[in-house]
Design a binder for this molecule. Structure first.
Ligand code: SAM
Length: 296
């Protein structure tokens, strides 16, 4: 025990050790705070960020936070089922996937044995925080994952056929419409999984990630979000609920439980273009039939 304490002291110094002790106490020792994964109800992302307690790291963009829950996220989970169904169906038409909030490649690693096309035919680009991108690039080289690449500025991502946001939207520090607006091109397909929603007005709470950090967590008004998707030009073709990710804010129970949803959206213009192409092809066929001698 003493040896462990001495090693930790050498590694973290006195202040580091004291901060660690306070975080541990906050997370585990005080029975009153145990289980309080979500606390506070704030007006917006920045207000929540400003309310992070000083002994916690603030937000996701920290090296110490990158691996939080990584092992679980890198496996196929029941919550991935609908994402996999849509990916499998769409993959023949998809050459480039932008995985927004893809961490260091968690879902790429989870899915690539299941979706064999991912190994050879698709480039999988991850946009995440600079901390996750740094770690992800190193690990992709170590693991020889050549189809996997990373950007820390979403505007630098090449045009994608499909954007996947799995577990990102609650942590996003910009409006979703701005994220889509920064892309070089609107993707024909959008798969959004693990989106925290509610019926009342949008609220931002703080989620505690183990004993390390507190991160703003947005629970969106469901109707407004669907309107946003519509205004961006997406038809919601499929929608699902993931009851296992429903949460109550411990010090604001009156707000009720959140509802975690998933969406598959198809860009309307893409569908219209395809219909126009089919119509033009039909017209050409009719034209050549009419012009043929048999028709005369
Ligand atoms: C819960 S993890 C989701 C990981 C994985 N996509 C999954 O579904 O399991 C949330 C991810 O969002 C990223 N993230 C949080 N805020 C972000 C932001 N403002 N911009 C980009 N990525 C962000 C985090 O770094 C983290 O990798």
């Amino acid at each position: 025990m003493l040896r462990k304490l001495k090693a930790a002291f050498v590694r973290h110094g006195f202040i580091g050790l004291a901060v660690h002790a306070v975080r541990r106490a906050d997370s585990f020792c005080l029975p009153a705070v145990q289980g309080r994964r979500f606390r506070g109800a704030f007006g917006g992302y920045h207000e929540a960020m400003a309310s992070v307690r000083p002994w916690f790291l603030a937000g996701y963009d920290n090296d110490a936070v990158v691996d939080n829950g990584l092992e679980g996220m890198s496996r196929i989970l029941p919550s991935d089922a609908r994402v996999l169904i849509h990916l499998e169906r769409l993959l023949p038409d998809v050459k480039c996937i932008l995985d927004a909030g893809g961490n260091t490649g968690a879902k790429y690693r989870a899915f690539r044995d299941q979706l064999l096309d991912l190994n050879n035919n698709v480039s999988w680009i991850i946009w995440d925080t600079p901390a996750a991108v740094r770690a992800g690039r190193k690990r992709a080289v170590t693991d020889g994952l050549t189809a996997l690449s990373f950007v820390d500025d979403v505007a630098e991502a090449p045009p994608a056929d499909l954007v996947l946001c799995s577990g990102l939207l609650q942590y996003l520090d910009i409006p979703f419409a701005d994220l889509i607006g920064r892309l070089v091109k609107k993707p024909p397909h959008l798969i959004l999984n693990k989106v925290a929603t509610r019926n009342g007005s949008t609220v931002v709470t703080l989620e505690r990630l183990r004993d390390t950090a507190e991160v703003p967590y947005q629970i969106r008004n469901c109707e407004e979000f669907v309107e946003t998707l519509d205004a961006l030009g997406y038809d919601i073709v499929d929608e699902w609920v993931l009851p296992e990710f429903s949460h109550v804010i411990s010090d604001a129970p009156q707000l009720g439980a959140s509802t975690c949803r998933g969406y598959y959206g198809k860009f309307r213009a893409a569908a219209t273009k395809r219909k126009l192409r089919a119509f033009a092809a039909a017209c050409l066929l009719m034209g050549s039939l009419i012009a043929s001698p048999e028709f005369a």
